[in-house]
Design a protein around this ligand. Structure first.
Ligand SMILES: Cc1cc2nc3c(=O)[nH]c(=O)nc-3n(C[C@H](O)[C@H](O)[C@H](O)COP(=O)(O)OP(=O)(O)OC[C@H]3O[C@@H](n4cnc5c(N)ncnc54)[C@H](O)[C@@H]3O)c2cc1C
Length: 209
C-alpha cells in the first residue's frame, strides 16, 4: 500500500492508451490492495496527446478490440467517445493508386473524448493520476529497477522528484528515453529498428455542412 515516502506498488509512466488501460486494469484487478500511480508529462486534459503532432492518432478501432475489453474487464464504450460505426476502413497511398482495405466493423473515435474516458475509468478503478510530471531516468539497485527520477513540467522552475516502486511500467510511447537509457542488462530492444516503423499521416478536415 502507498505510504508517505512515495513508495508505490506500481508506477505507470505515460497516460496514453496503453498507460490508462494498464494502470486501470491493475487497479481493478487489485481490488484496492495495489497502489497504482499513473503519470504523464501532459496536463490531465491532454493525457495521451502527442507533443508535436497533437491528437493525430488512435481514432479508429476494430470492433473485436472493443468486444475484447468488454469481455475481459467489463467496460462498455459508447457515445460520446465512439462517434461512428463503420464497416471498413480504406487506406490510400499519397498518389491514390494503392488502396489497402481493412474490412470488418469498427468505430471512429472522438480521440480527446476517448482519452478522457480512459483516464476517468482508471481514476474510478482507484488509480492516482499526476499530470505535468515527466519521468527522466530509471533508478537501479543490484540489477533491478527500483524507482525513477523525474521533474515537474510547467511554466515555473521544474522541480526534481524521486519515486520508488516495486514495479515500473513504461508506456511512454515508441520513442521513450526510459527504454533507450535502460540502466540494466535486458532483452528489451532499446532502439526500434527504423525498418520496423511505418510512419503515417492523417488529415482531419472540418466540412461546412
Ligand atoms: C498518424 C497516426 C495515426 C494512427 N491511427 C491509429 C488508429 O486509427 N487506430 C489505432 O488504434 N492506432 C493508431 N495509431 C497508433 C496509435 O496512435 C498508437 O499505437 C498509440 O497511440 C500508442 O499508445 P501508447 O499509449 O503506447 O503511446 P502514446 O499514445 O504515445 O502515449 C504516450 C504517453 O506518454 C507520455 N509521455 C511520454 N514520455 C513521457 C515521460 N518521460 N514522462 C511522462 N509521460 C511521458 C505522453 O505525453 C503520452 O501521453 C496511429 C498512429 C499515428 C502516428
Amino acid at each position: 500500500m502507498k505510504n508517505l515516502a512515495e513508495n508505490w506498488d506500481v508506477v505507470v509512466v505515460g497516460a496514453g492508451i496503453a498507460g490508462c488501460m494498464t494502470a486501470g486494469t491493475i487497479a481493478l484487478k487489485g481490488k484496492g490492495n495495489v497502489s497504482v500511480l499513473l503519470m504523464d508529462r501532459n496536463p490531465p486534459t491532454e493525457a495521451g496527446k502527442k507533443t508535436v503532432l497533437g491528437w493525430v492518432c488512435g481514432d479508429a478501432v476494430g470492433e473485436h478490440h472493443i468486444k475484447y475489453i468488454h469481455e475481459h474487464i467489463g467496460t462498455t464504450y459508447g457515445k460520446p467517445e465512439m462517434e461512428n460505426r463503420v464497416t471498413a476502413v480504406y487506406v490510400y497511398s499519397p498518389d491514390m493508386k494503392v488502396r489497402v482495405p481493412f474490412e470488418g466493423p469498427g468505430y471512429v473515435l472522438d480521440r480527446p473524448k476517448f482519452a478522457k474516458r480512459l483516464l476517468d475509468d482508471a481514476l474510478k478503478a482507484g488509480v492516482e493520476f499526476r499530470g505535468n510530471v515527466q519521468a527522466t531516468e530509471l533508478i537501479q539497485d543490484n540489477g533491478t529497477i527500483v524507482g525513477l527520477h523525474g521533474q515537474t513540467v510547467g511554466p515555473g522552475v521544474n522541480q526534481p522528484f524521486e519515486i520508488r516502486s516495486k514495479l515500473i511500467i513504461d508506456t511512454s510511447g515508441m520513442s521513450t528515453k526510459l527504454r533507450r537509457n535502460l540502466p540494466i542488462p535486458s532483452h528489451i530492444e532499446k532502439e526500434i529498428n527504423k525498418d520496423d516503423v511505418e510512419p503515417t499521416a492523417r488529415l482531419n478536415a472540418k466540412l461546412r455542412d
